[in-house]
Structures are given as C-alpha cells and as structure tokens.
Design a protein around this ligand. Structure first.
Ligand code: ADP
Ligand code: MG
Ligand code: MG
Length: 877
C-alpha cells in the first residue's frame, strides 16, 4: 500500500486529481511542484491512514513508517539540510488538510526539529539568534498545546508574565536572551503540567505531531463544523509534512495571501496583502496591519513579478479563481498553499462569465459555478456597507432588497399618503387580501407575525418588494399609532429602513446600492438558453412588471392575475358596483367602465412581451374580497354614499357575500359560471388589446386560463363563452381571426385525476402549485403558520411545502395529471405557476418530469433559469 506521497523540486508523486486521498492542501501542493511552482519540499500522508489510525487504536501500518522515513530523506536531499542535525537542521511543519477546506478547524504544528542543540545551528545558519530562539519558542507554544495537550491559557500566561517582567508587549521587543529564558519557562511549565519532558528527540516530535494532527480531525470544533456544513465524518484528514520557510528573517522576507481575482467584485486584478518580516500567523493575529499587495512591487519587485505569474499559472491550471498563501525567505518566493477562493455572489457571476470569455472554461461549467440563491442576492438593492447602522429589531428575512420610509399602520393611509408624501413602510401584525393596495403602495412591509410564506411575504416577493415578517421584537399599539421595540418607541411618520436580506429593522434612512442586470448576467442567459429545457416565464400583472421580468430573462408571462388590476383605487368602486348590481344592465354598465382600463393593462403587457406568450388568468378571488370586511359603520356609510346606494342594502350585501371558508368558496371559474359578464368583459379586453397591437404590427400570443377547475362541464361552458366572445370581437374588428390558446389551472386534486377529460378540451395545463398544495395537504397557507414551524422542527416535513414542492402527494398528482393529460392530447403543453417556480429544488423536479415551462415572480426568473439549466446538466443541488 502506498501511504505517503512525496513532492518537491520538480517532482511529485501526488497530483490535483488525488484530492480525496491527499486532501485539498496536499493534492494542490503536489500539483504545484509538478508544474514547477516553488513549494518547500515535503510529503503527504493519506486520509486512509487517518481512518486506519482512528480505528486501530492509534497505531500505524508498519509500511507507512518506512515510507515516511524514505520521504523524509528525499526532503532532506532536496532542501540540503538534515532533520535533527545540530549544525544544519531541517525544520519542518506538520499540516492538516481534508478533501474540502475546513479553515482553521484543525491544527498545524510549526518549527519541528528544533531542540536545545539544533536551535544553535539555526542561529548560526541564519546569523540571527533572536530569530532562532523565537522559532523555538513558537514550537514549544504550539507543540505544548497541540501535541502535549497543555491548556492554551496556561502557556499564554507564561509568555505574558515574562513580557510583563521586561516591560514589553510585543514579541519583536524581546531580545535573544529574553527568548532563551522564555523557552526554559515554557519547558518547565510543560513538565509541571504533564509530568513529562518536551521531547528533544526530533523523531519523537514528528510522530507525536502526526498523531496530534490526525486527532484534531475529531476536535469538537471540527466535528461541529462538519455537522453544520454537512461534511461526512469518515472522510478523515491527510497530513502534510513539509520543510519550513521563514518570512521573519529580515526586511527581504515576508508573508502574505493573494487572490488571483478580486473576490468582492470579480474584477480581473491581483488582490491581497502582505507583511514584511513576518510569519504567516502574524497576518491572522491582526497585530500589525498588512500592506496592500501592490506595495510588494515597490519593496521586492522581483518577488512581485514572480508572484503575479504564479497566480496566473495557477488559475490556468485549476481553471478557477485561486486563494494563495506565500512566504518570502531572504528574497526567495515560496508558495505554501493554493485553493479555490471564496467569493461574493456578484464576483461569482462575473468570474464565471469572464472565464468563459477567456476560454478558460466552457459555458456549461460557468453555469455550475453559480448558486441559484446567489443570483437572487445580486438582483436587489443592498444597504451601503459603509453606512452607519443602528438595528432596532430583527425578524424573518422574507423578501430581499431594502426599503426606507415613514411608518404607517394602515393600508388605506399608505395608499393615500404615498401619492404625495414620500415613501412608507407598512407595519402590521399581519396582512390579508385587503391589504394588497397598501402593500403595493408601500416601499416595504414589516409584520410582527407570520412566516416566510405568510400572505405578506408571498405578495411582497411577488411584487419584488422588501419584506420582513414574524418580527416578534416589536409590539404594535394601534391606538397610539406607535410600535415599541425594547425601550424605544417609534411613532407613525418616523423613518425606518428594512433590510429584507437579513431581516434587520434599522433607524432612519440608510443609503443603498442599486441592483444591476450586469453584462455578465445577460451573457449567462445565452448559456442557459443552450442548456435548459424548461421555458421560464414570469408571473406579472402590469406592463412595468413585465418589463422587469423580460429584462431578467423571462420568456413570456405564465400567470397574469387580473384581479390585481381591479384593486387599484380608481377601479375598485366600478367593480364594486358590478358586484352589487341588481340587474344585468346595471352590472354590464359598471363592467363597461372597467373594460377600457383592463384593455389598457393588457395592451401594456402585450407590448412589453412582444413575440412571447402571455397567459391571462380570468378572475379568481371571491367577490367579498373587494368589499370591506370587517368594516366600521362610518367607512361603510361613506362607501354607500360613493356608490349611490343605501347603507342597509350595502351592509346586507356585504354580509351576504361573506364566506366561512373562502379558499373553497365562491371563487375561480365558479365566478365565471355564476357571473359570465365578468369573464366576457375580461376576454373582450384581452382580444381588443390583441387586435389593436396586431394592427400596429406587434406580434402577440394571448392565452386564456381558467382557474380552479373541478369539472369537465365547467370547462365546456366557459370554453364556449371564450369562443363566442372572441368571435364577437373578431366580427366587430373585421380582422383576420386571432385564436387565443386556452388552458385550465390544475389546482384541485380532482382536476389532476380527471386530467384526461380536461386535456381533450384545452391547449395547456398550468399547475397552480400554491392552491394545489393547500388543497392536497388540506393546509391553508395563511393559517399554516400557526403549526408549520412545529412540523418542521419535529421533522414531520423536511421542508416547508409552500416553499419546496411536496414530493409525496402534490408531486404525485402532477405526474398523474401530466400522464393522463398527454395521453388524451399529445399536443398538450404543461407548466406550473406558483411560488415553487422559483425554488431550485422544485424546478429540478419539474425538469425531471418533463414539464414544458415554469412561471415565477419576476425577481426569481434568473434563479429559475439557472436552476433549470443546472437540472438539465444534471448538476447542482
Ligand atoms: P490552515 O489549513 O489552517 O490554513 P496551514 O497548514 O495552511 O493551516 O498552516 C497555517 C499557517 O502556518 C500557514 O498560513 C503558514 O503561515 C504557516 N505554515 C504552514 N506551513 C508552513 C511552511 N512549510 N513554512 C512556513 N510556514 C508555514
Ligand atoms: Mg492555510
Ligand atoms: Mg389558485
């Protein structure tokens, strides 16, 4: 068995592809040696040994001991020094390294091989006694703690006592003599605590260190890091034994870290910092402030030159942005580590796309390098990281972005005041359908109750509006029109800022940085179009939303909710008149007022979506949502007056329309059956808008969708209504026939089961997964908040079924419907609309079962596009 892999000079037994066996650090050191990058020679003991060691009662295979000896000899030869030699000692480091980077979680022991004799050799060789004793002192400190398990604080106390005695605070102020004394003190302390001597025998130091590093794999912090990051505990760590190089040998020495590109914005520039005359740990310790890497060009120009070229070569080799540790010893550059660099969302996108432009990677690889969730982060405004912030409360981050505005506790007030009085934040315990207009008019929404799928959260996300929910830190006092957080009171009109990405509520107005559809993001869509199979559409109700959606890469509108158009201030009273009408004439008269408005909406959406399909859902919510309830008498009186009807009649009607369970009540296509005039008006508006645009030479592809279908007769009746209305409009226009595509929403289990019957009558299905989840699980999205958190906590649900599609029942119903539907009508197109369309895991499922499209809110279109691409490539989550 081969347990030990040598690297050094230009030779290496390991390579990058042996990452799992040699750990990331060991594999990459070998790869660097292989391509002639200067790394101090050394060898790596495999992760297999770690597992053997841990399972065999802390013993090593005999072969491995021999292989270590052989490799050590090779290191001595390459480096020209001998381990443990008193005159010319080889000083080594023992380093840990797992398959994936676990920064700082395991241990490293530096300066092994020093003892009372060889410290003199190092002093003579370097001509620097101070340096030699400081190195010895460092060894005792680390070795005492890591290999001999002496409490860190005990050793630190020795050092600070000695420093205090001499009246100094920094190591650099100590003389060689001081350091020599400290070494003795440390040895004495180790003896006192452990009743054994610090081993003078270098071989003993080495083996004890190797064991200590293997053991650090199971240190409590390493274990919890793996738990948090879902890293298997049986991977084990490799151990790399390597010659030491010293950055603290004077002003022609130093150490630092560089990134091959800027990890904050992805810019193609050398980025990093270094310290002159310092060892690596000094940078982390933060006692001295490092200098910008640009300074190195001035101080040690040759090293800088070499470092930039190493950085470029490493990028070429590893084909990704690198994070590189280096040390310069007396003007000579050594590379100690290279790995894939961590980066922000923005940088991830820029780097991936830039690398395709540079032909370093393929487009398909670029698509794999970005996390769909990261994309969502870059599409919203963010708070200026340099601004001063005062956090007053924290809730659940429900919809990203930021919003500053004046506090208001009332939706109607927000609607009124926002017209002339600036921006508002709607602060409520919770919101309901009545608040749509208030939410729409507000800059941001803050609720004290509800989870991330509560009404406020869903609506806000759909609108791309910043929202924080479940903020229990604050108490609303409606009477006094203020909210209390801790010992602070915020009154109506006070300005606050919401950070929808963190859930923080902040005092005053905080400056922001705008979102960008960057060139890189646009370029990514080209690669996505090549990879993905799903058409990604958007849920949008206005021309403005449609424009945003298209700029983010939407390939049409999958769901246009027409009712949102009726909620606008100048329209709702017309619609109320239609609802309250006594006669057909009265109803038609009221609806005819709405016709031009609705037509104008469709006109705007069709224009923005020129050449792409636009799917319009006919009216869906129960009518009572358009009437005030609960109401106060005064409010109802003034409404009655506005509508020109008696108070008694209005109140009667409001109460009559009340439903006990509106979700399962008089809604969806049931409205079209009982009040065909509403659907007729809507279809007419769609078709008139379409003909108008076609006249102007704009190509439109309207589709009409019937909500909440539960019976095939519903579809037959309403299909006839659509056909008749279209025919009427065509006659009036005397134009060539335009036939809208017709579809049904599958959002009730029964619709999925009778899909075969339904499919014969329509062109497409659209799964309304929000309602389908509610009706399949029998859980109301809004009421679920009271128990869903407990269900998640107890593991009854692995994830929130309103966020990630339920894969047992809801997924099964979708599969059944697709199968039966396509069997009955092979031309049938199938898609989904609903929150799940923007959830990476759900999108993967939709791809796998062969849906044609998904539709989600505009701001999630890039998430869905990337998820669809990754699903098609078979990569990602
Ligand atoms: P980590 O995985 O925690 O980053 P490392 O193995 O990289 O641990 O070691 C930590 C630090 O120890 C390095 O950043 C470097 O400063 C120092 N170090 C490790 N190996 C050597 C070496 N061969 N020569 C000089 N310094 C070293
Ligand atoms: Mg490191
Ligand atoms: Mg629905």
């Amino acid at each position: 068995m081969k347990y030990v892999y040598f690297f050094g000079g230009k030779e290496a037994e390991g390579r990058a592809s042996l990452n799992d066996l040699l750990g990331g650090k060991g594999a990459n050191l070998a790869e660097m040696a292989r391509i002639g990058i200067p790394v101090p020679p050394g060898f790596t003991i495999t992760t297999d040994v770690c597992n053997v060691y841990r399972s065999s009662d802390k013993d090593y295979p005999e072969e491995m001991r021999e292989q270590v000896e052989e490799a050590l000899e090779r290191v001595e030869k390459v480096f020209g020094a001998k381990f443990g030699d008193a005159q010319n000692p080889l000083v080594i480091a023992v380093r840990s390294g797992a398959r994936v980077s676990m920064p700082g979680m395991m241990e490293t022991i530096l300066n092994l091989g020093l003892n009372d004799a060889s410290v003199g050799g190092l002093a003579k060789q370097s001509g620097n006694e101070r340096f030699a004793y400081r190195s010895y002192k460092t060894l005792l400190e680390i070795y005492g703690r890591v290999a001999m398990k002496v409490d860190k604080a005990i050793l630190e106390e020795v050092l600070s006592r000695e420093k205090a005695k001499r009246g100094v605070t920094l190591d650099t102020e100590l003389t060689a003599e001081d350091l020599r004394k400290m070494v003795e003190e440390l040895k004495a302390k180790i003896r006192e605590v452990t009743s054994s001597e610090f081993p003078q025998e270098p071989r003993q130091q080495l083996w004890q260190s190797i064991s200590a590093i293997f053991e650090s794999w199971n240190s409590p912090r390493a274990v919890s890091y793996r738990d948090i990051n879902k890293i298997p505990h049986d991977w084990g760590t490799a151990v790399t034994v390597q010659a030491m190089v010293f950055g603290n040998m004077g002003n022609d020495s130093g150490t630092g870290v560089v990134f091959s590109r800027n990890p904050n914005n992805g810019g193609k520039e050398f980025f990093g910092e270094f310290l002159v005359n310092a060892q690596g740990e000094d940078i982390v310790a933060g006692i001295r402030t490092p200098q910008d890497i640009g300074e190195l060009a001035r101080v040690l120009p040759q090293c800088y030159q070499e470092l930039t070229s190493v950085s470029q070569r490493l990028e070429q080799r590893f084909k990704d942005m690198q994070d590189i540790e280096f040390t310069i010893q007396k003007g000579r550059l050594w590379i100690l580590q290279t790995r894939t660099g961590k980066r922000t969302a923005q940088a991830a996108i820029k780097i991936a796309v830039d690398m395709t432009r540079e032909r370093l990677i393929q487009g398909t690889q670029a698509l794999q390098r970005i996390d769909p969730v990261q994309i969502e982060q870059v599409l919203h405004t963010t708070l200026d990281p340099n601004a001063t912030k005062e956090v007053v409360a924290k809730g659940l981050a429900a919809s990203p972005g930021t919003a500053s505005g004046k506090i208001s506790f009332d939706s109607d007030e927000v609607v009124e005041l926002s017209k002339s009085d600036g921006d508002f934040i709607l602060v409520r315990d919770e919101t309901s359908a009545d608040d749509i207009r208030g939410i729409n008019a507000a800059r941001g929404i803050l609720t004290t109750r509800g989870g991330v799928t509560s009404h406020a959260a869903v609506v806000a996300r759909g609108m791309g509006k910043c929202c924080i929910v479940g903020c229990q830190d604050i108490h609303i006092d409606r009477e006094r029109e203020e909210f209390i957080s801790g010992n602070r009171i915020f009154a109506k009109g006070d300005t606050i800022t919401l950070d929808g990405s963190t859930g923080e509520v902040l005092v005053g107005e905080i400056p922001t940085i705008p979102p960008q559809v960057t060139d890189e993001l646009k370029e990514l869509t080209v690669w996505e179009d090549l990879a993905k199979k799903l058409r990604v559409m958007a849920n949008a109700d206005s021309g403005a939303d449609a424009r945003i959606a298209r700029s983010f890469g939407a390939e049409g509108i999958g769901l246009c909710r027409t009712e949102h158009m009726f909620f606008q201030v100048d329209r709702i009273d017309h619609f109320r008149r239609a609802i309250l009408a006594e006669s057909k004439e009265e109803k038609e008269a009221a609806l005819s007022k709405l016709l031009p408005m609705q037509k104008a909406d469709f006109n705007a959406i069709f224009s923005e979506m020129e050449g792409l399909p636009v799917t319009i859902r006919l009216l869906d919510p129960p009518l009572h949502e358009f009437l005030p309830f609960p109401y106060d008498k005064q409010q109802l009186k003034s409404l009655a007056k506005r509508l020109g009807m008696s108070y008694r009649r209005l109140e009667e009607k409001v109460l009559q329309l009340r439903e006990f369970n509106p979700m399962l009540g008089h809604r969806g296509c049931r409205l079209g059956i009982t009040s065909p005039e509403i659907y007729e008006m809507q279809v007419r508006a769609v078709m008139e808008a379409a003909y108008e645009l076609i006249d102007q030479g704009i190509s439109v592809f309207p589709a009409i969708m019937l909500p909440l279908i539960a019976h095939v007769e519903e579809v037959k009746l309403l299909k006839q209504l659509v056909i008749d209305t279209c025919e009427q409009v065509r006659k009036e226009k005397q134009a060539a026939e335009v036939i809208p595509r017709l579809g049904v929403m599958i959002e009730l289990p029964i619709a999925a089961l009778i899909a075969g019957e339904l499919a014969k009558l329509v062109d497409f299905f659209s799964f309304g997964t929000n309602d389908l989840t509610q009706t399949t699980l029998g859980i109301s999205r809004d009421d679920g908040r009271t128990f869903l958190p407990v269900y998640l906590e107890k593991g009854i649900f692995a994830s929130d079924p309103f966020v990630s599609l339920d894969e047992t029942g809801v997924a099964e119903l979708i599969k059944i419907a697709v199968e039966r539907g396509k069997k009955a009508n092979p031309q049938l197109e199938v898609g989904i609309c609903g929150e799940h369309g923007g959830d990476p895991k759900s999108v993967r499922f939709f791809h796998q079962i062969g849906l044609d499209s998904v539709s989600c809110s505009p701001y999630r279109v890039p998430v869905a596009r990337l998820s669809a691409s990754q699903a098609a490539l078979g990569v990602g989550i």
